[in-house]
Write a protein that binds this ligand. Structure first.
Ligand SMILES: [Zn+2]
Length: 54
């Protein structure tokens, strides 16, 4: 596993992006998996981690 600087990890750890409108949202991964987090713009509950560059 590649080591990631702690500061960067902290910055991106709990931030997810809406798959449809790419709105950034802070949430715990557990909530994302359980789909308890809703996008406040488009109302979807599908998110991806922010680290993946698009
Ligand atoms: Zn959205």
């Amino acid at each position: 596993m590649v080591k990631i600087p702690v500061a960067q990890q902290r910055l991106y750890k709990n931030i997810f992006v809406c798959k449809r409108c790419s709105l950034k949202r802070r949430a715990t991964p557990k909530h994302i998996i359980e789909k308890r987090v809703k996008c406040r713009r488009c109302g979807r509950n599908e998110f991806r981690p922010i680290r993946k560059k698009t």
